[in-house]
Design a protein around this ligand. Structure first.
Ligand code: COS
Length: 384
């Protein structure tokens, strides 16, 4: 996208966040849902198609551009971003990265237009951090596969039209090499959805179990057409997704710094604004440093990703740093707000709960540490 068009998009999204999303944060919290008219406005703005190639109806943003847009969306309740998040990110990218032309032509235009929502179904009751332990089975039966199993905590599943499902398709092949990624239309007979999960935060986002009871999909629905490559597809999707999440964390860190500074400048104790006290200044400064470092790290990793560098370990470093950083920033924001910070009327309490998930989903902080350390040690010749 040329610079001028991108700047226009970014300004439009910034205005949308400030004029439409931030004023609706309390409504989302109260109703535990994103209003339908806002979802429609997101469609009209083209937000569902951010990462989908222009040839398939999307905006074809680079990772660096996507990160800038997600940064803006990170400055408000995460539920808004979540509506488009799985379509822009992990739900569609398997097809974008590894899909056949027929798969791209069938699904990407609908996803880009927001007519269809995509979900990513990897996690299971027994397979979280150990993603290669997936037990959901896909048994070949002529030209089709029969899928059986349960997927857990699947974001946007009840409103999805299509799920990218990782299932074990290769009999006798243990671990990562036995997994294929399938495109599964959500209305396939045999698929049912569990009750929406009750979560610590991020109200307005929807997650639930997805149960496959002999759900039949054509063999042609294996992403890329070759069985046994699903784990690698999932890992590539997660590399991209983790940059997206880092940008989200950086955006919320920025918002929390703004909330903290505003409160510190307004609130008076001992006859002056609390911001005049150096202990409060210390917290503000530490939060600014965390937010600034996060933004710079995301920009660096996204730019190098676009340049085609193989950088899973640096992506993991960005995900690890930015999501831990926003946790610290949220904690300080509550502290700066004092008693008010614990009360629901001041939004920092809500954001404190919302950001907690960032250190867990799309790979826990501990998994990111493993990815970083393994990469360093492998470069040094150690087999880990
Ligand atoms: N890109 C491409 N290929 C990758 C890759 C990546 N980022 N990461 C791993 N692979 C490949 C490996 O190269 C290996 O291929 P070969 O067997 O051909 O060498 C294969 O995938 C298996 O990799 P590995 O042996 O590293 O797999 P592990 O089982 O040890 O798992 C971790 C690696 C722990 C990093 C992985 O399971 C993981 O990311 N877990 C977290 C899952 C997660 O984020 N869940 C969140 C749910 S989605 S919201």
């Amino acid at each position: 996208m040329d610079c001028e068009t991108f700047d226009l998009l970014k300004t439009t999204v910034t205005r949308f966040v400030e004029e439409r999303l931030i004023p609706n944060e309390d409504r989302v919290e109260a109703e535990d849902a994103v209003p339908a008219e806002i979802i429609q406005e997101m469609r009209d703005l083209g937000l569902f198609g951010l990462s989908i190639p222009e040839a398939h109806g999307g905006l074809s943003l680079t990772m660096a551009e996507e990160a800038e847009i997600v940064f803006e969306l990170g400055r408000t309740a995460f539920a808004f971003r979540s509506v488009i998040g799985t379509t822009v990110g992990i739900g569609s990218q398997g097809i974008v990265i590894d899909g056949t032309d027929a798969q791209k032509n069938e699904w990407l235009p609908k996803l880009a237009a927001g007519e269809a929502i995509a979900s990513f179904a990897l996690t299971e009751p027994g397979a979280g951090s150990d993603a290669a332990a997936v037990q959901t089975s896909a048994v070949r039966d002529g030209d089709v596969y029969r899928i059986n199993g349960t997927k857990r905590f699947i974001t946007n599943a009840p409103r999805a039209s299509m799920l990218t499902v990782m299932a074990r398709s290769e009999p006798g092949v243990a671990g990562a090499a036995g997994i294929s990624a399938f495109i599964v239309p959500a209305d396939t007979p045999g698929i049912s959805f569990g009750k929406p999960d009750k979560k610590m935060g991020q109200r307005g986002t929807i997650t639930c179990d997805v149960i496959f009871d002999d759900a039949v999909v054509p063999a042609a629905n294996i992403i890329g057409g070759v069985p046994g490559r699903g784990f690698k597809t999932a890992m590539k999707v997660l590399d991209r997704g983790r940059i997206h999440m880092s940008a989200l964390a950086a955006g919320m860190a920025q918002r929390l710094v703004e909330e903290s500074v505003r409160y510190a400048a307004e609130r008076e104790q001992f006859g002056q604004a609390i911001g005049a006290f150096q202990l409060v200044q210390g917290m503000l400064a530490d939060s600014r440093v965390d937010a600034f470092a996060s933004k710079v790290m995301v920009a660096d990793v996204a730019r190098r990703f676009d340049a085609g560098e193989k950088l899973s370990a640096d992506v993991a470093a960005a995900k690890y740093f930015t999501t831990e950083a926003v946790g610290r920033v949220a904690d300080r924001a509550v502290q700066i707000h004092g008693g008010a910070g614990y009360m629901a009327d001041y939004k920092v309490e809500r954001f404190y709960r919302d950001v907690r998930l960032l250190r867990i989903y799309e790979g826990t902080s501990q998994i990111q540490q493993v990815i970083i350390a393994r990469s360093l040690l492998r470069e040094a010749g150690l087999k880990v």
